[in-house]
Write a protein that binds this ligand. Structure first.
Ligand code: ADP
Ligand code: MG
Length: 361
């Protein structure tokens, strides 16, 4: 055995450990986009422009007009476990209002990419006019886990984060990336979900210099659907509105949103956008409830367009299973399934869109 060192137990160096951890949190471009988009929403942005190149593998740029950061804040933001959003475990348990809360996204993304942050705090602070100076913003460059430059810069209020060359220093992870089209499909799905849930924020998505969609930020859900999916789909949507009184006994407070006419479908589950307490999730119980309501109206392997918001008491659901995962766990799956089924079925029936209302098994 010439390679005697290979059986020794060795400690991994810090960089390697950091990159392994990063790969668990940032799986692909879409996971970085999700974290950056959540940060912009948490920063109270009213417009967020997302541009990606090559499915996000070459470049991801998320620009917002949110509250921005001071130089010291942006320096702190890229360190591990730094967050302005919670103080400790107590805050986590009491349920935090913001989306991110572990203080690891920027640090993690920056350890497997070349990250640039340009940021400038909103001027509505002390009114001294100091922020009007040309260098009122800060540009910070973070590469492979190290701050390599910090300098003043002239930039608009808000924050622009650029992630270039994702996984450049983790070739194994980079090899796992799919085709540009597939990676972009994941990015598109993430941005679509947030755009539909936040019609009061103008959100745009551009891929390789082509605008894919842009919402106005002025509208309601119906208008966001028009911007994202186009006129044909928007015209085919009908409202779902059920609260506690109309729902079968269960843990749900309300089910609201829009679902499509049974003839306006796709052969992919991507168009089932479902939310629990405002957070985009996937759930077998919710999907089965939806599909049950349509019953045999849908062809095999066809799925409607759905944007459905469930309000559930905090104790009946666990949404914090893992920061990366979108699955939720309910105490009572069956109650959720029945409540969703009944809410969607009533909407379809009211619009005369079910052939028969014979009870199903
Ligand atoms: P978390 O979101 O869990 O706090 P992040 O690593 O995503 O952790 O961000 C760290 C901190 O950087 C945030 O708590 C926030 O204070 C700041 N930050 C990140 N992105 C933005 C942004 N777009 N606008 C303003 N502040 C931001
Ligand atoms: Mg975050």
């Amino acid at each position: 055995d010439t390679n005697s060192g290979s059986h020794e137990i060795r400690e991994l160096d810090e960089d390697t450990v950091a990159r392994i951890a990063a790969g668990e949190v940032v799986e692909r471009p879409a996971s970085a986009v999700k974290e950056l988009l959540e940060n912009s929403l948490d920063a109270d942005a009213s417009r967020i422009d997302i541009a990606v190149e090559d499915g996000g593998t070459e470049l991801i740029r998320v620009a917002d007009d949110g509250r921005g950061m001071t130089e010291s804040a942006v320096r702190a933001a890229v360190r591990q476990h730094t967050t302005s959003k919670i103080d400790g475990l107590e805050d986590l348990e009491s349920g935090v209002a913001t989306l991110g809360f572990r203080g690891e996204a920027l640090h993690t993304i920056g350890s497997v990419s070349r990250l640039t942050v340009e940021t400038r705090p909103r001027a509505d602070g002390d009114g001294t006019g100091r922020d009007e100076a040309a260098g009122a913003g800060t540009k910070l460059v973070y590469e492979g886990g190290e701050v390599t430059a910090v300098e003043p810069t002239g930039c608009p209020e808000g924050t622009t984060v650029e992630v270039a060359d994702l996984f450049y220093n983790t070739p194994a992870r980079r090899k796992f990336l799919n085709t540009t089209a597939t990676e972009f499909a994941h990015v598109n799905r993430v941005v679509t979900r947030y755009a539909l849930a936040n019609p009061d924020v103008a959100i745009s998505l551009t891929h390789d210099d082509r605008e894919v969609f842009a919402t106005t930020g002025q509208g309601d859900l119906q208008e966001a659907i028009l911007s994202v999916y186009g006129r044909e789909v928007a015209k085919a949507m009908i409202p779902v509105e059920a609260d506690g009184d109309e729902l079968p006994v269960g843990p749900l407070e309300s089910v609201t949103g829009l679902v499509s006419h049974p003839e306006t479908t796709r052969s992919s589950r991507d168009y089932l956008a479902t939310y629990v307490n405002g957070r985009a999730v996937t759930s077998d119980a919710i999907r089965e409830g939806i599909m049950g309501a349509y019953g045999t109206q849908l062809g095999s392997d066809r799925y409607p367009f759905v944007v459905l918001f469930l309000e559930v008491p905090g104790e009946a659901v666990d949404v914090n299973v893992h920061p990366r995962k979108r699955e939720v766990r309910f105490d009572d799956d069956d109650a959720v399934r029945r409540a969703v089924d009944s809410a969607v079925e009533s909407a379809l029936l009211e619009h005369g869109l079910l052939r028969s209302s014979a009870p199903r098994g």
